[in-house]
Design a protein around this ligand. Sequence first.
Ligand SMILES: [Zn+2]
Length: 372
Amino acid sequence: MTRAVVVLFLGRLGSLNALEQTKPSRFWRRWLGEALPSADSIGRVCSLMDVDDVRGVHRAVYARLKRMKALMPPEHGLMLAVVDGHESTASRKRCCPGCCQRTLHTTKGDVLEYYHRHVALRLVGRDLSLMLDAEPVAPGEDELAAARRLVERALARYPRAFDVVAGDALYANTDWFNFLRARGKHALAVLKDNRPNLVEDARALFEFQAPGLDVERGSRRYRCGDCDSFTRWPEVSPQVRVVRSLETWTVRRQLDGREEELASDWLWVTTLSARQAATRAVVDMGHARWSIENQGFNELVNRWHASHVYRHHPTAILIFVLLAMLCLNVFMAFHGRNLKPALRRAVTMRHVGQLICAALMREIRGPPGAPA
Ligand SMILES: [Zn+2]
C-alpha cells in the first residue's frame, strides 16, 4: 500500500479518487505486482497500518543518508532538531476519536470545530534537512505533551542524530528545558511576550551591553548581544544564556521605488554555553528553526497536498502525513545529491518536482495518444 501512496504524493494527485482514476493503467501491475486497490480500500488499509512500520522506513532512509555522509552538521558543528506543531485539518461536521475540539465564537453563536494537529521533528543538516517524525496532539492535551513523546521516541531511534532541540516561544518552558537537559540534549527557544518577565529582564541587560558581534551577511546586518549567565530563570538548571540579534536590511518599495529600512529584533534563550556555541551559531540555529515552516510544512501543504484528509481516521491521517514527509525527504535527497550542481542552479526545485511528476504520469498514462 505504501508504494501506491508514494505515487499519490510524487504524482501530486491530491486525492485517492484521482489515484483510482489511473487504475486501468498497466503501470500498476509492474509497480505493485497486482491491480491498484480502490480508493476506499487504500484509505481503509491505511487506517489499519502499523505507524511504526512507516517510521521504520524513515529510520532506514536516515541511516542510508548518514552512511553516505549526506547529513553533515553545519559549520558550527551542532546538529539541530526543530520541533513545531502544525494543524493539518479542521472541520465543523466530521470528527473521529482522534479529533481535538475547540469552540469558535461566531456572530451566529458558538460553533464546535474539530481539528487534527501534530508535532513534527525536522533534522537540520548543512546541505540536507529531513522531516523525521510526527506525533499527533491527542484530544485534550497541549502541544508540549505531544512534543515530549516525539522527542523521547527520537532519542530512542536517533540517539546521536542531534545535539540541540529548537522550538518557538511555546518551548521557552521550564519543564521542557529541564526535560532536554536531563536527557543530555540542549534546548533553544525564541523568547517572546509569552514570558514577559524574562523578555523584560533580557532587554534590560542588553540596554547596557555593547554589541558583541556586528556583522553583515548578504543584505542583512546583525548586531548581536550575548549574555552567558542569565540568572533570571533559576528554575532551569544549569543557568541559561540569552542571545539577542537586532537585524536590519533594506528593501526597495514597489510603489515608488524608494528604499526602506526594515528591522527585526530577536531574543533566544538556550542551555548552550558560549564555549559550546558562539553567538553566531546560536543566531544561525535560531533562524534555522524557520525551516520547519518554510521548507517543511509549507512545502508539504502547498506542493505535496499533505493536509488533504485522504481518510478521516486518526491512524490514516498520521500514516499519510508520515508518507508525505518520506516522499519530501527522498525528493530533497535526490535534488541535493543526485542532480548536477549546474542543473540545480539552472532550474528551480519546483521545476524538478514537476519534471518528476510529468515523467511518472507518462509512465502511468503512456505517451500522448497511446492506450492506457
Ligand atoms: Zn478526526
